[in-house]
Design a protein around this ligand. Structure first.
Ligand SMILES: [Zn+2]
Length: 57
């Protein structure tokens, strides 16, 4: 299971281990879902994603 999920429509990255209902990740369309290699927040930031304000630890 991936640790991080990017939402390309909003350019936000969620930390799945601490996700909240407010993240609404099930509303993220399949085509907008983006995973990171390596699966790390630093990689997400490098690719232009901002941490989600709900599940950013
Ligand atoms: Zn989130």
């Amino acid at each position: 299971m991936p640790g991080y999920l990017g939402d390309k429509s909003k350019m936000i990255v969620h930390h799945l281990a601490v996700m909240k209902n407010e993240c609404n990740i099930f509303d993220v369309k399949i085509k907008d879902r983006f995973y990171f290699v390596p699966d790390m927040l630093e990689q997400a930031k490098k690719e232009g994603f901002s941490p989600c304000k709900y599940c950013d630890d």
